[in-house]
Each structure stands twice: as C-alpha cells, then as structure tokens.
Write a protein that binds this ligand. Structure first.
Ligand SMILES: Cc1ncc(COP(=O)(O)O)c(C=O)c1O
Length: 476
C-alpha cells in the first residue's frame, strides 16, 4: 500500500482535532514553525506543508510576520436535517435511473465523485496478487472442488469466526454462508425471508442497491426516518412494526450509506430486542464496520442477537478490493434457507478466492492495511467536506460521517440534483443525485459524493465545479 506524505497529514490532523475539540479556539496562535519542527522532529518543510494543509481546509490563517492562527470564523458546516418519511410502504421503481447514473459515472476519465469506491492505489492489490499465485501453487486441488457441494472453505470460515471475537462474537461456523459479495448476501437473505408483495423496512435515505434488490424481488419499501447524526430512529421503527406488516428490515448499522452514521450500542440492542419480539428478521449490512474513523471497531447489531434473528452481511469490497467478489452472511436461524438460496442462485463462491482471503486475514496483513486505509478515508472525507464548505452555495449542509467513504450534502433552495448530475456528467464529473436514495423521491435536493480517492488538484477542481453548477441550478 502506498503511504503518501503521511507525516505532514498526521500533523495537520492532530491540529484539526485540537481545533475541532476547541482545545485551540478562534484567534489562538499555533506554535511557530521552528518550535513545531523541533518538538515533532519534523523538517521545516513538512511542518509548513501541514500548516498550509490546515489553511487549505479553512481552519487556520497565516498572518504575515506573526505566524498561523485559528480562523475566527471557521467554514460553516451545518448538518442535514432529519426528514419525515411516508407512513406507507411504496412500490420501488428506481432501477432504470440507477443504471443510467452508474453508466455515466463509470465512464473512463470522469472525476470519481460518484460510486462509493476506493482508488486502487490505496488497496493492497499487490499482496492479493501474490497470494493468488501461492494459493494456486500450494493448493492445486482447490480447482477440483465441486462448486455445488463444497460451499464454504473452512479456512475462511475459521478466520471470519476469529475476527468476530473482536466485536462481540463469536459467530457460529455453522451459520456462515460465504457469498460472492455483500449484495449477494443481502439478496439471498431477502429471498430466504420474504415473498413478492411483502414490505421491507429500510433507512431513509437508504443505499440505492438495497432499493434495487427490493424492486427486483417484487417487494415494497417502507422508509424509516433517520437522524443525520445518530442514524436509524428505533422509535419510528417501533411504531412502523406494530401492525405486523413489515416482513424484514434491511439496515446499515455501522457507517451507513449515505449518511455515515453509526447506531449506538444502546440503539442496536433495542433494535435487536424489538425485532425479536415482533418476529421480524433483521438483515444487517456491516460492509463498513471495519472502516470506522473512531477508536474502536463498532459492534454490529448481530453482537446483541441471542436468538439467531439477525443476518449479518458483509464483504471486503471496500476494505481489500471490490474485484475480490467475496463476502459472507452469518444468517443465524435462517442459515439453512440462506444456504439453499445460495446453492440455487450461484453455487459456491470461488474456492481459490476464499483461501486467498483466509490467508490475508490470517497473517495480519488485513489489519495492517486497514489502519492505513481508515486514515486515508477519514482524511479524504475531511478534505472533501472542507472543499464543499468552500465551493458550494452558502447554506449547503454536510454530514459528519463516522466511517465509510461518502459524504452527503443537502443543498439550499428548491433545486433538483438530477439536473446537477446531468450537467456534471456533461463535464465528466461523477456524483450521485439524492433521488436514488429514496423510493418516494425525498432527497431531490441532496447529493452524495464519493471520497475514496486521494486528494488531488483534479478532485478539488471537480468539487469546485460541482459547487458552481449547484449555484447555477434553477431554484438555487
Ligand atoms: C452499504 C453497502 N453495502 C453493500 C455494497 C456493495 O458491496 P459488494 O460489492 O460486496 O456487493 C456497498 C457498495 O457501495 C455499500 O455501500
């Protein structure tokens, strides 16, 4: 993994944290360049680079002959507001629009602020390549395994169980079904516990692929309100599940997409108890669980599950590489049915890939690469937010994600970000309009930006141009 000039970034982050926590207040003077250079044992140019980074982020200002000071008026950063959601479930009809957005966003050469994907320079691709070569050499029989009977590779299951010990596990090896992705895991769970016409509760806003899955299975979606800081409203879910119409819940509890919220442990516990009492299965998407920005890996709701009612889905698409196509579900008491659905849908997941992943987890390489990746994502999210504060129209609200790779913006006025998306696409800038995150069209003035790429002048120019285009929208 490439480590980019981390020393100046680390110093900049340290001061950004002090400013954020108000240890350094508006107008305070930062230590001099010479002092910082001595204290931190960094070169003068590294310290200067850190201070300029803080300046770029709008946190400090340079005063000639006096030094660097915390800005008196930091760039405004209000957060989006919670919204009311429709009381009834709705039919989902969104796939065509999603497909169009994804196609335009995936053209070569676009400024990659669309799909929630990391830049490959940040990913441990070389290590994975080496592991493919050695696994294929050392375990040639893997290519003779029968993909319809040998579903799970024991080495991978062992690692998944082991890792779960760090977040309230252990998972039971018998409940695990290895899948081709997190999306496949969620698809199989939905197939296992619903039938066409049923209602599935989703967060509002909700990751658009979940809406696509719901649409493709002929289900209806009931949007549950969220708080842009705390995530899902368990109280609202309590009300929504009283009449017994909700047949399953599909939630991202850790670093949700698009809000980046992590549900508190207390809320996770309440959620698990509530759904257990009502007999409603929870399909939990924990793809960002390892990619939080805080001190500890947040527990998934699954950690509070005593009865097997939670189906925990995840993959390594955001944390190793999306090309691995390997995920899993720990399906609790639904495991037999989920396994049956997996056999019907696609047979086993590639056994070579499963063993490659097992080795990567086993050797500690995954944890090492995660540390750098989390730092990179956090910095990139922070920089994108700074640039949005600077270049988007006044009144733009921005989330403060607790993990993951995306930012969610709420634009002022009565604007339609579908139009912004079209205009940006003409200029080769990708982004995702808010409309795709709600089956009832609740977020037409919102926008999601991917922050998975290292900060470059091209990305900054893309954010700036998006801000200009946003300011020129009808209704702005
Ligand atoms: C919340 C969430 N779940 C699942 C996925 C897709 O993961 P996979 O590539 O494993 O299907 C994504 C990708 O953007 C995501 O953001």
């Amino acid at each position: 993994m490439e480590e980019r000039n981390l020393r100046y970034e680390t110093l900049a982050d340290e001061f950004a944290g002090l400013i954020d926590r108000r240890v350094l207040g508006p107008g305070d003077r930062l230590p001099s360049v010479r002092k910082l250079s001595q204290e931190k044992r960094l070169s003068v140019s590294t310290v200067l680079q850190a201070l300029r980074t803080l300046e770029d982020r709008g946190l400090v200002e340079a005063r000639p002959q006096s030094g660097f000071f915390v800005r008196r008026r930091p760039l405004a950063r209000a957060e989006p507001e919670a919204r009311r959601t429709p009381a009834r479930p709705v039919k989902v009809d969104i796939s065509q629009r999603i497909l169009r957005v994804l196609q335009l966003n995936n053209r070569p050469g676009v400024v990659p602020l669309g799909a929630a994907l990391p830049d490959t320079s940040l990913l441990p691709v070389k290590a994975i390549q080496r592991l493919y070569a050695s696994v294929a050499r050392q375990q040639p029989n893997l290519l003779r395994s029968n993909s319809h009977t040998d579903m799970n590779e024991p080495a991978l299951v062992r690692q998944l169980v082991r890792r779960s010990m760090s977040w309230g596990g252990p998972l039971d090896a018998d409940e695990i079904v290895v899948t081709n992705s997190c999306s496949e895991a969620m698809f199989l769970c939905l197939r296992a516990v619903t039938k066409p016409g049923d209602t599935v509760a989703v967060e509002s806003p909700s990751y658009y692929l979940m809406l696509q899955l719901i649409e493709s299975l002929g289900l209806k979606a009931l949007e549950i309100p969220t708080d842009p800081r705390r995530g899902l409203s368990v109280d609202a879910l309590d009300l929504a599940t009283r009449e017994g119409k909700v047949k399953a819940c599909l939630f991202v509890t850790n670093a949700s997409n698009p809000l980046g919220t992590i549900l508190s442990d207390a809320d996770k516990k309440r959620l698990v108890r509530l759904l257990e009492a009502r007999g409603v299965p929870l399909i939990e998407d924990d793809i960002y669980g390892d990619l939080q920005f805080g001190e500890r890996r947040p527990w998934p709701a699954k950690a509070f599950d005593r009865s097997g009612n939670v189906m925990l889905c995840a993959s390594f698409s955001k944390s190793i590489t999306p090309a691995l196509r390997c995920g899993y579900v720990a399906a609790g008491r639904y495991a037999t049915e989920v396994m049956r659905q997996k056999t019907l849908a696609s047979g086993a997941t590639n056994p070579v890939t499963q063993n490659v992943l097992a080795r990567f987890l086993e050797t500690g390489a995954y944890d090492r690469s995660l540390r750098a990746l989390r730092r990179a994502y956090r910095q990139q999210v922070e920089r994108t937010a700074d640039a949005v504060s600077r270049y988007f129209p006044e009144g733009t609200r921005i989330t403060r994600p607790q993990g993951g790779v995306v930012l969610w913006l709420e634009l002022p006025g009565k604007v339609d970000t579908n139009l912004l998306f079209e205009r940006a696409a003409e200029e080769n800038i990708a982004c995702v309009p808010g409309d795709l995150f709600s089956p009832s069209g609740l977020y037409r003035n919102c926008l999601r930006l991917n922050c998975g790429n290292p900060w470059t002048p091209a990305i900054e120019a893309g954010v700036r141009r998006l801000g200009e285009l946003a300011a020129a929208l009808p209704g702005a």
